[in-house]
Design a protein around this ligand. Structure first.
Ligand SMILES: Nc1ncnc2c1ncn2[C@@H]1O[C@H](COP(=O)(O)OP(=O)(O)OP(=O)(O)O)[C@@H](O)[C@H]1O
Ligand SMILES: [Mg+2]
Length: 272
């Protein structure tokens, strides 16, 4: 019996190892299947001796392209510590972190900085805007540091600011913006260019609920376009935008569930 319709190759499911997608496999067909982020049995202890605080105790997590994972847990459970390791801002005490197949512990400071500028968008729990730069300059900075020309960087930065509804305020300095507006600039900076891994630490903290929803929709759209995302949040309603929820308690990932509510339901129920 002939299978005439069999011209489209089937993609392996997420749990099937792909023999072709080795670390060097960056062809267009291989790329979507490779995990963007992989934490392997990661431990992180802050400080030493009697003052040592075990922030993470053996956490493993894989995030693939098109996947948004929410991380929830009480204050102090290790959420920001996890994100900092995933973003290469901190190194694990033991265990390994891989981003797009690259093991972060093999990179020196410069290699890590380059990977962060090119591939990783990071929305900090506490805003890290540079006060002496305008909104558009803040957003353009990672691109310029990476060699993009000033004019092109500015244009991409304006595009990203437009995405977060801030196109009119690009020439203001951070202290001339409200907390929520600053938050949106920080989000634009994390999304500008071609970031493959977007890490967001309570990105809606300083936003009213409507702007918060808009930001999550933006994050979701970026992930649907092929990025991988990790969203730290305290709100179950926000975790509903994710494909999976990982709960942290005392530095251990205790549970991983299906989404709390379908994204479709949220979209159709948002009524805006
Ligand atoms: N630089 C540090 N030095 C010492 N201890 C730290 C450091 N950073 C974090 N910790 C400790 O590690 C644990 C995890 O902190 P982390 O910031 O990851 O928590 P969190 O889940 O993000 O909390 P929150 O919801 O309050 O932001 C906490 O006990 C915290 O006090
Ligand atoms: Mg935190």
């Amino acid at each position: 019996m002939s299978a005439a319709s069999g011209s489209v190759p089937a993609l392996p499911g997420p749990d099937v190892p792909d023999p072709d997608a080795g670390p060097g496999g960056h062809g267009p067909l291989d790329a979507p299947r490779e995990a963007v982020l992989e934490l392997r049995a990661v431990h992180r202890t802050h400080g030493t001796g009697p003052a040592a605080v075990p922030a993470l105790r053996g956490v493993s997590l894989t995030v693939r392209p098109g996947e948004l994972v929410a991380v929830m847990g009480p204050s102090g459970s290790g959420k920001s510590s996890l994100l900092a390791l995933a973003g290469g801002l901190d190194r694990p005490t033991s265990g390994e972190v891989h981003v797009e197949g690259q093991s972060l512990h093999t990179l020196d400071r410069n290699g890590l900085a380059r990977l962060r500028r090119r591939r990783i968008g990071y929305i900090f729990q506490h805003l890290n805007l540079i006060g002496s730069l305008t909104a558009v300059e803040n957003v353009a900075l990672p691109l310029e540091l990476d060699g993009t020309g000033v004019r092109r960087a500015r244009r991409l930065a304006l595009d990203a600011l437009t995405e977060v509804g801030m196109s009119e305020l690009g020439d203001r300095f951070p202290d001339q913006l409200s907390g929520g507006q600053q938050q949106r600039v920080a989000i634009a900076r994390a999304l500008v260019g071609e970031r493959r891994l977007v890490l967001a630490d309570e990105p809606t903290g300083a936003l009213d609920s409507q702007t918060g929803e808009a930001v999550l929709r933006l994050l979701r759209r970026r992930v649907d376009a092929g990025a991988a995302g990790v969203l730290v949040t305290h709100e179950a309603r926000h975790a509903g935008w994710a494909d999976r929820v990982v709960f942290l308690r005392d530095g251990v990932a205790v549970d991983s569930t299906a989404p709390l509510a379908g994204v479709e339901a949220l979209l159709s129920g948002s009524g805006r």
